[in-house]
Design a binder for this molecule. Structure first.
Ligand code: GLV
Ligand code: MN
Ligand code: MN
Length: 415
C-alpha cells in the first residue's frame, strides 16, 4: 500500500480534527471567513501540498487545490464541497466531501489523468452568517454581486468587509470564476436524511436537488404590561407568530413532498412580564417542484397577513433566497451509478432535500453528487456520523468514477 494513501479511517479522523476548529468552545460553528476557517485552510493545504497539488485561497475565501493533469494544459474536473458549518454542527456536512476529494488525489498515487483535478473547499454554503447561502460557489459562477457583497451580518459587517478582514481583496473576486476549460463538478456529501439507510444502500446518485425559499418575517404588535392588559386588548406578536407557525406546519403536512421550517424565532423585548411587541422569524420552504414551492410560499405570506390583520398587527416579509430546483447532469449520474456498482453496491437514485454547492455550479457546468448513507438520518447536529465502510465504498466509487471519466471520449470533449 502506498504511504500516501488516505484510507476511510483517516478520512473520518481528518473530519473530526477539522471539527475542532470552531468559533464556539462547546461545539462546532464555523461561519464565513471566521478565524477558525484559517486553521482549516492550513490543514487541508498541507494535505494537498503533500500530494503535489498547488493551493490558493481565492478572493471569496474558497480553498482551491490544483492537481495537474497530462498534458499540463488539460481541462479540469472540480471535486469539492463546503467548509463552513451551521451552529452546533456535526463533523461531516460539507467537510467530508473535501476530505474525500483529498483521499481521491491520494489514491491516484501520482498518476496523471487527461484532466487536472481541482479540489474546492467552498467558504460558505449554509447561509448562517449573512442569511444568504452559497457565497463561495456564487463567486465561481460570477454571481457574487454587489447586492450580496453589501449584505451585513448581525454585527453590521458586510460580506465585502469580512473578505478584507480575512486578508483577501474583493476586487479579485472575478479571478475566482470557473476556468473556461472546466469539464464538470462532482460533490461527495452525506445524505443528511434517512433514505439510504432505509433502503440499506451505502451510496446514492443524486439526480436533482430540491429548490428552496428562505424568508425573514417580522410581526409588529404592541408591547405592553403582562399583568394589566386584558386579553382582548392585546396585540401580542408572539401569539400571532405562534398561530402562523402552526399554519406553516399544517400546510407542509398536507402537501406531499413539501417541507417547511421556522428555524429561528426572536421575541422582543423578551421578558416574562412583557407582551412581545415584535417577533422575528425565519422560514425555509423546499420542494422538488418549483411550482409547488412558490405556491406554498405565497400561501404562507397571505396567511401571515390574514393573522396580522385579524389581531391588529403589521407583518413584513423579506425574501432571502428563491433557489430553483436543479437537475444533475444525466451523463454524470449514470457514470456515478456505474461506479457505485463497480464498488460492489447497488446504487440508489434520489432527490436531495438539502441545498448544495452543486446546484450553483450546475448553472454553468455539468454537476453531480454522490451521497453517503447517514446513520439515523441525523445531520446539522453533533450526533451526525458516517460509517467507515461507507466512506471506503465512496472512495472506491470515486476512484472508479475518475478512471471511467478519464477514458470517456464523451466526457473529455465536453468543454
Ligand atoms: C444546507 O445544509 C441546507 O440548508 O440545505
Ligand atoms: Mn448543511
Ligand atoms: Mn452541506
Amino acid at each position: 500500500m502506498s504511504p500516501r494513501l488516505v484510507g476511510a479511517e483517516q478520512v473520518i479522523a481528518r473530519c473530526q480534527q477539522l471539527a475542532r476548529f470552531s468559533e464556539d468552545s462547546a461545539g462546532t460553528r464555523r461561519t464565513f471567513l471566521s478565524p477558525p476557517m484559517r486553521e482549516v485552510h492550513r490543514e487541508i493545504t498541507a494535505w494537498l501540498q503533500a500530494l503535489g497539488a498547488t493551493v490558493r485561497i481565492d478572493a471569496a475565501g474558497n480553498l482551491r487545490g490544483y492537481y495537474a493533469g497530462k498534458p499540463s494544459a488539460a481541462p479540469r474536473l472540480l471535486i469539492g464541497s463546503h467548509l463552513d458549518t451551521v451552529p452546533n454542527a456535526g463533523a461531516y456536512d460539507g467537510v467530508l466531501g473535501v476530505v474525500i476529494a483529498v483521499a481521491l488525489l491520494a489514491a491516484l498515487d501520482g498518476e496523471k489523468l487527461p484532466f487536472a483535478i481541482e479540489v474546492v473547499g467552498f467558504s460558505e454554503e449554509e447561509g448562517v452568517r449573512f442569511g444568504e447561502p452559497f457565497i463561495g460557489s456564487r463567486a465561481l459562477v460570477g454571481r457574487l454581486d454587489d447586492g450580496l457583497l453589501n449584505r451585513q451580518d448581525a454585527n453590521g459587517i458586510p460580506v465585502r468587509q469580512a473578505i478584507k478582514d480575512f486578508g483577501l481583496a474583493p476586487k479579485e473576486i472575478p479571478e475566482a470564476r470557473l476556468e473556461t476549460n472546466t469539464l464538470a463538478y462532482l460533490e461527495f456529501h452525506i445524505e443528511q436524511g434517512p433514505v439510504l439507510e432505509a433502503a440499506a444502500r451505502p451510496l446514492g446518485a443524486v439526480e436533482a436537488i430540491a429548490g428552496q425559499s428562505r424568508l425573514k418575517l417580522t410581526f409588529l404588535g404592541r408591547s405592553n404590561h403582562a399583568g394589566t392588559t386584558p386579553m382582548h386588548l392585546r396585540h401580542d406578536a408572539v401569539a400571532a407568530a405562534a398561530e402562523w407557525i402552526s399554519a406553516v406546519e399544517h400546510l407542509a403536512q398536507n402537501v406531499p413532498g413539501l417541507v417547511a421550517t421556522v428555524g429561528k424565532v426572536e421575541a422582543k423585548p423578551g421578558a416574562t412580564n412583557v407582551i412581545a411587541g415584535e417577533v422575528l422569524l425565519t422560514l425555509d420552504v423546499r420542494h422538488s417542484s418549483d411550482k409547488v414551492r412558490v405556491r406554498a410560499v405565497d400561501d404562507l405570506i397571505r396567511k401571515s397577513e390574514e393573522i396580522a390583520d385579524r389581531r391588529g398587527l403589521k407583518v413584513h416579509q423579506g425574501v432571502m433566497l428563491d433557489q430553483a430546483a436543479v437537475a444533475m447532469d444525466p451523463f454524470l449520474v449514470s457514470q456515478i451509478e456505474e461506479a457505485i456498482r463497480q464498488a460492489g453496491c447497488e446504487p440508489h437514485r434520489m432527490v436531495s432535500g438539502a441545498g448544495h454547492d452543486a446546484m450553483i455550479l450546475a448553472e454553468q457546468i455539468p454537476a453531480a453528487m454522490i451521497f453517503l448513507r447517514t446513520p439515523g438520518g441525523i445531520s446539522h447536529d453533533p450526533a451526525e456520523s458516517v460509517a467507515v465502510e461507507d466512506v471506503e465504498k465512496a472512495i472506491e466509487c470515486g476512484v472508479h468514477l475518475l478512471h471511467h471519466l478519464a477514458s470517456s471520449p464523451e466526457f473529455l470533449k465536453r468543454t
